[in-house]
Design a protein around this ligand. Structure first.
Ligand code: GLV
Ligand code: MN
Ligand code: MN
Length: 393
């Protein structure tokens, strides 16, 4: 078994639901702590120095990044609810494996090399995607971050403290940002483009604009058996209208819109819902198209007596010179994506960033069906090592 296989199999049981095969790896939970221990162990085995930044992201350094900014590889280890094994972990495992490959070749890097595991990339627990990279770049302010609440009413500040960190430390981290000369994130592809092209690896050109919004819809609790239909003020009826309207609006504006999460109050079988919160995820090639969907939904929510609140927004990311990286990698295809990534957040903060995608034959992601063949993963490691060697020549 290679080190690559060993790393993937060590991660395999962490947070895995034996029933669905899906992963539940949420920020600042027991599973998260186990993943952090794994990361620190892999770093220690390679003689790397591990530090945490002001959002609890983990960095493993070979060389001193305070002497000279380094080339950083990595991704995240958390997951969406019932996510797959590759979204995130493939990038972190491939980063360690690429460093191993460079060392095996006897390459002497001209700059420090870092490996990062960003915290709470999916925002599955506290709602804001890429929370770790947003906090250190200042895109998510410390007060707002501390006040984020999970589904059980636990504030991020409490969860952070319970995990042994000081919530007062949360905030923009210029010292960490100065250390990153370049960031390269390898990620499993979240679509079928590479399968259709019959190629194992692609270079990212862009991330499409996307965001998350919360729609709060009021109603009035009442008895499910005794309240006449015409007397009800049922928040679930409003929610149903919102879900259908989001799909219709996305179709009209060439966007995609998803209502994947609801909170119902009082959430009883025999009570008319008094309040429903619907989360809207909307994305498109063009930011104006996303805004048009959000404008439609703002009007619809208001007509139902509700409100729409933005929880996060990511403008379009264009990665610089993807064709140069593609040329280095046997003319790898260049693809854009509708998925968000920490690389997009760092790029927005002015840090030169790039991404590689590894073929996913199912084309499915954010699901246990997400997959990558071993040979394709190894082609990804090889590509990442090639890029790393070039950047540290
Ligand atoms: C992250 O995977 C996202 O695009 O939501
Ligand atoms: Mn994801
Ligand atoms: Mn990811």
């Amino acid at each position: 078994m290679t080190a690559f296989d060993g790393m993937l199999s060590a991660l395999e049981p962490i947070g895995r639901d034996p029933g669905t095969g899906g992963y539940r790896r949420f920020a600042w939970t027991r599973e998260d702590a186990t993943l952090r221990e794994w990361f620190a162990g892999e770093a220690a085995a390679r003689g790397l120095t591990v530090v945490e930044d002001r959002a609890g992201n983990q960095w493993a350094w070979d060389g001193d990044p305070d002497d000279r900014p380094g080339v950083v590889l990595g991704s995240h280890l958390d997951s969406v609810p019932d996510g797959g094994a590759f979204d995130g972990p493939l990038g972190v495992v491939s980063a360690f494996a690429a460093l191993d490959a460079l060392r095996a070749r006897g390459h002497r890097p001209s700059r420090p090399i870092g490996i990062v595991s960003f915290g709470d990339e999916e925002g599955a627990r506290f709602g804001v995607a890429c929370a770790g990279s947003r906090i250190i770049t200042g895109l998510l302010g410390p007060d707002r971050a501390r006040a984020l609440v999970d589904g059980d009413g636990v504030h991020l500040a409490e969860a952070y403290a319970a995990a042994g960190r000081d919530p007062e430390e949360l905030g923009r981290d210029d010292e960490t940002l100065r250390r990153i000369g370049t960031f390269v994130e390898l990620h499993v592809e979240q679509g079928r483009a590479l399968a259709d092209l019959d190629r194992p690896v692609a270079v990212a050109s862009a991330i499409r604009p996307h965001g998350r919004w919360r729609i709060d819809l009021p109603g009035e609790a009442n008895h499910a058996g005794t309240t006449r239909l015409e007397d009800r003020h049922d928040a679930m009826m409003s929610a149903a209208g919102v879900v259908l309207a989001a799909r219709a609006s996305a179709l009209r504006h060439a966007a995609v819109a998803t209502c994947g999460k609801l909170r119902v109050e009082p959430n009883g079988v025999n009570a008319v819902p008094s309040h429903v919160t619907v989360w809207l995820d909307a994305r498109a090639t063009d930011a104006d198209a996303v805004r048009a969907v959000v404008d439609d939904m703002t009007d619809i929510a208001a007509n139902l007596g509700g409100t729409l609140t933005e929880e996060s927004w990511s403008d379009a990311t264009r990665f610089p010179h993807p064709e140069r990286m593609a040329a280095l990698l046997d003319d790898a295809p260049v693809l854009d994506t509708g998925a968000g990534h920490d690389a997009g957040i760092l790029a927005a903060a002015g840090i030169p960033s790039a991404m590689l995608f590894v073929r996913n034959p199912t084309g499915v992601s954010h699901s246990p069906a997400e997959f990558a063949e071993r040979d394709d993963c190894l082609a990804g490691v090889h590509a990442l090592a090639t890029v790393l060697e070039e950047l540290t020549r």
